[in-house]
Design a protein around this ligand. Structure first.
Ligand SMILES: Cc1cc2nc3c(=O)[nH]c(=O)nc-3n(C[C@H](O)[C@H](O)[C@H](O)COP(=O)(O)OP(=O)(O)OC[C@H]3O[C@@H](n4cnc5c(N)ncnc54)[C@H](O)[C@@H]3O)c2cc1C
Length: 490
């Protein structure tokens, strides 16, 4: 008889694991507390506008391709994706903006125009960054379940030890002088959830992901990926239960025996949780938890976000698909997220408009705006505060594009800490999990396999490899490999 695996949550790591496990012959069921699947990557449609709720930067297309290839498919079998040109626009002020082109040649030219000699320096930097990408993504990522330090040490990484000790901010600052170029090169690191000064220089492979591999957009939004993965899962007979919040993981003699929802008890052989790790441990009796409250409270969390989903009844001329408003002090904002947590005095923010690339994601002659303000976790969240920041960012957008948008808003929804907590059981309302700092890398992250319950496993952005959609997909693969290996012994 097939061994039964229950998976808590339907985020990317859970979907990925469900496909690998079902393919390996397990009987897999996903329990999702929300009505819709996809976790932080859910999507909603309102008044003809389509909004992806979370991820919007489709980077590292090779990781997505590798997943589909493992099931004899390719992404194009499920969705169309376009490489964006420009990839994104960085706004330092109304008159001072830089567009990042779709290939290295264009970007080198843009750098050279800003700082003499920086084009050549960028090429050298990207060569190193590509080298690290090949090492990290092609060689290490899929072989590092985070069990021990020895996964990190090999004949190639040993020569790169300085890149683990030094930080990416220093490395960039040594090579580039212009503050705008420095900010652009530090931007990809923000996906890892920590300050560039606290992120090992080895993670400069994200710069190759950015400039070398480019920024892509699926035709109907990021949710195309969720739907593709659900399709593969269903083809392999994975069962999906929505509106099924797990209230308890039952354990007997150090073995998980089943899951409890409000109404029922379900028996199984293995449990994998793709829900926030800290929440999952709360579903266990105290003696089966590996990490204490104080462990979680001392961690460096990736930021939370204040999000706005806005429908406009007109087109905006002078903006692109991805726009970074870097028109205030980066250091001060980072300090207000990490070192001295409070609502930011003058935040940087990000504005996404998918209808710039795919018109059908908004009604005719309209635009769908998604605004993301990174903030610290655990801040006091209220309608009053949300409205204050809404007015602030709308004013900054209007000042930059010199157009009225306030009077053209026909749809508006906000999303913040309270929603992250209630929708996803997210620790402190974090948006993308535990940051990848030196002390929270690889074997130093919370483990994929419980040390206290024999057949209990974890995946997703709080464990290895870390935050972001590509790592979540890899996390699902790594944890399913462990379960497949353990099947014989359990
Ligand atoms: C605003 C935002 C923007 C982002 N932008 C990007 C981006 O541009 N590019 C990128 O690559 N990444 C981005 N990310 C990060 C990326 O979306 C996440 O890292 C990834 O989707 C997390 O996947 P996961 O598998 O960890 O699960 P999650 O998406 O966290 O899903 C966990 C699931 O578990 C469910 N759950 C929780 N508790 C229970 C329970 N008790 N019972 C049943 N179900 C439960 C939740 O409802 C949820 O569906 C962004 C994230 C956010 C929030």
């Amino acid at each position: 008889m097939k061994k039964k695996v229950f998976i808590i949550g339907s985020g990317f790591s859970s979907l990925s694991a469900s496909c690998y496990l079902a393919k390996a012959g397990f009987d897999v069921t996903i329990f999702e507390k929300n009505k819709n699947y996809g976790g932080r990557a859910r999507q909603f449609k309102e008044n003809g506008f389509t909004f992806d709720m979370g991820p919007s930067w489709y980077w590292m297309p090779d990781v997505f391709e590798r997943f589909f290839n493992d099931f004899g498919k390719k992404s194009a079998d499920f969705y169309e994706a376009k490489k964006l040109d420009p990839a994104y626009r960085v706004i330092f002020s109304k008159k001072n903006q830089i567009k990042i082109g779709k290939n290295v040649e264009n970007i080198v030219d843009s750098f050279e125009k800003i700082e003499k000699g920086s084009g050549k320096e960028l090429r050298k930097f990207l060569n190193e960054s590509k080298d690290n990408y090949d090492l990290a993504v092609s060689n290490m990522l899929y072989k590092m379940p985070g069990k021990s330090i020895f996964e990190l040490i090999n004949t190639k990484t040993i020569f790169k030890i300085n890149l683990f000790i030094s930080n990416i901010k220093n490395q960039i600052n040594k090579k580039f002088k212009d503050p705008r170029l420095r900010s652009i090169l530090q931007f990809p690191v923000l996906f890892l959830g920590a300050k560039p000064a606290e992120t090992p220089a080895f993670y400069n492979f994200m710069n190759y992901a950015d400039f070398g591999l480019g920024t892509w957009q699926p035709k109907n939004g990021f949710y195309d990926v969720v739907q593709a993965m659900i399709k593969i899962a269903k083809e392999h007979n994975v069962k999906f239960l929505n509106n099924s919040s797990i209230e308890e993981i039952l354990v007997k003699n150090q073995r998980a025996i089943g899951l409890k929802t409000k109404k029922s008890f379900f028996k199984c052989d293995f449990i994998l949780s793709g829900a926030d790790y800290s929440h999952t441990e709360k579903l266990l009796q105290n003696k089966y938890r590996q990490y204490s409250d104080s462990y979680w409270s001392k961690k460096t969390w990736s930021p939370s976000s204040l999000l706005f989903y806005i429908g406009l009844d007109k087109k905006i001329v002078d903006l692109d698909h991805h726009n970074l408003f870097f028109d205030t002090d980066f250091e001060k904002h980072a300090d207000e997220i990490y070192s001295n947590p409070k609502w930011p005095s003058s935040p940087l923010f990000y504005l996404n408009i998918t209808s710039k690339t795919y018109k059908h994601t908004a009604p005719k002659n309209c635009e769908n705006l998604f605004i993301l303000i990174p903030i610290s976790t655990n801040l006091k969240d209220s309608e009053f505060i949300r409205e204050k920041y809404f007015n602030l960012v709308i004013q900054r957008i209007e000042d930059t594009i010199q157009e009225n948008i306030k009077d053209h808003i026909v749809y508006k929804k906000s999303y913040c800490i309270k929603d992250f907590k209630s929708d996803y059981n997210s620790y402190g309302g974090n948006a993308y999990g535990l940051a990848n700092t030196l002390k929270q890398t690889a074997f130093l992250r919370p483990k994929l396999k419980s040390k206290k319950v024999k057949n209990l496993y974890f995946s997703g952005q709080l464990t290895v490899p870390g935050p972001g959609v590509p790592p979540a997909i890899v996390s699902g693969k790594l944890v399913s490999d462990l379960i497949i290996k353990d099947e014989i012994n359990i």
